[in-house]
Design a binder for this molecule. Structure first.
Ligand code: GLC
Length: 431
């Protein structure tokens, strides 16, 4: 044996000894703690809308308060459908590449059932549960256990140009008919401004939009577990959506390509009278330099005459990957990022709305965003999409059918009958 290879051999033996020692030592609870005290946890979340610097500051604050735990925030695309795809592929493969994840309100039942999430019941004491809006709380609960902590809440809102409505002495419309009339009158003869924009691209956001029309026409997708898509209320609702583009012409054909951010840009540049969107857009419109700063209002969405206004419940929840190698540190971070303080900071800076109801009485928040008090009731009444581990299958059926209607390819009756048949099949419901 040459001198070099002998040296190599000794080195390998020494390294092997160290490795064995490391493995054996890491079995003791004290060392688990130590390992968790000096770790990096990876937090995956959707793209932060608005000013992401505030969000970075929040992560830095956590690190300062928790010496020894580093948190790396990693943004995924803002599209919920694309994020869902990422998680299904990685969680199904048992990935431990990320510890903490933010989840759309519609995924938690599916992820919990698949066994991909840690049980976080201990992080949400009973008293705190009572303070959380009932919609998200229900979505994160499976068999009495909590699998994620509600982080921020969303509901569909009607944004309107207050300056333009005030100019003609009009109030925000309470019915869809009034919205059509007002938008038509206010854009007559003008090429520069659209009447009403919303999210019409074929994706999850379209389903959120359509449901608001179905519900505000007395329709629905499921009733007591039965598929009830093929109904006169639903046909009227989809007919109206199609007519907004093809007949009333208050929504341009380009709405069939819009998502939240693209519609927010159009409205934010002063190019629409009305817009349907989630609450986050308000803070962005009020920033210095925004062309619509101080010129917008927010109201509940309109309804058909005699029907209640309906908003789709949205929002994001924080969970811990079942395969996380640093569960204690991850849970500590979940407590921090979903806490009352963090939710208040996020509401004030980024504009994401708290899931904790008591914050809607917070004087600082009310002073800076007076409309937040009105949002409380909208969030209380926001309607969930079907809370089911099979929701993603349902939406994948609904998305192309709804899209075909608003693009004028199928009639509402055809699309609804087809979606009704397919969802019955998926849910195994006999006719
Ligand atoms: C928002 C909502 C989410 C919804 C998505 C649709 O992110 O919070 O619940 O699924 O928009 O685009």
């Amino acid at each position: 044996m040459t001198r070099i290879s002998l040296k190599r051999c000794l080195f390998a033996l020494f390294a092997g000894f160290l490795m064995l020692c490391g493995l054996a030592c890491s079995e003791t609870p004290a060392d688990h703690e130590k390992a968790d005290d000096a770790v990096t946890i990876v937090f995956k979340h959707g793209k932060i809308q608005g000013d992401a610097e505030h969000f970075r500051q929040l992560l830095l604050r956590f690190e300062k308060e928790n010496p020894g735990i580093h948190v790396t925030g990693q943004a995924l695309p803002s599209s919920t459908d694309e994020q869902h795809q990422f998680y299904v592929i990685n969680l199904d493969a048992g990935s431990a590449d990320f510890d903490v994840l933010s989840m759309d309100v519609i995924w938690v039942p599916e992820f919990a059932r698949a066994g991909w999430l840690r049980d976080l019941s201990a992080l949400l004491p009973e008293a705190e549960r009572r303070d959380i809006f009932p919609g998200p709380l229900k979505a994160v609960t499976s068999n009495g256990r909590i699998y994620a902590i509600p982080w921020y809440i969303d509901a569909g809102l009607l944004y309107y140009r207050k300056d333009l409505l005030d100019g003609v002495g009009a109030k925000p419309p309470a019915t869809w008919g009034e919205l059509v009339r007002l938008a038509g009158e206010m854009t007559k003869g003008s090429e520069d401004i659209y009447g009403f924009i919303w999210q019409g691209k074929q994706y999850e956001g379209l389903v959120c939009n359509v449901l608001e029309y179905l519900w505000s026409h007395g329709g629905d997708v499921l009733e007591d577990g039965k598929v009830v898509l093929n109904s006169p209320g639903n046909i009227a609702a989809l007919t109206l959506m199609r007519d907004l583009i093809a007949k009333h012409r208050i929504s341009p054909p380009l709405v069939t390509t819009l998502v939240e951010e693209s519609s927010r840009h159009i409205f934010g540049n002063g190019r629409a009278v009305f817009m349907r969107n989630w609450p986050y857009a308000w803070n962005i419109f009020q920033r210095n330099g925004s062309p619509v700063k101080g010129r917008i209002g927010v109201a509940p969405l309109p309804a058909a005459p005699g029907q209640p206004s309906a908003s789709t419940l949205g929002g994001w929840q924080i969970g811990v990957n079942r395969n996380s190698r640093h569960p204690q540190a991850a849970e500590r971070f979940v407590r921090f990022i979903t806490s009352r303080e963090s939710q208040k900071t996020m509401a004030l800076t980024i504009g994401y709305k708290p899931t904790r109801r008591s914050l809607y009485r917070d004087p600082d928040l009310i002073r800076q965003q007076p409309f937040i008090t009105g949002l409380h009731d909208i969030f209380m009444n926001a309607r969930p999409r079907p809370v089911s581990p099979y929701y993603m299958m349902m939406t994948q059926i609904l998305q192309p059918e709804f899209s075909a209607v608003i693009s004028g390819i199928k009639t509402p009756a055809e699309a609804l009958a087809s979606a009704d048949r397919q969802i019955r099949h998926v849910l195994g419901v006999e006719r």
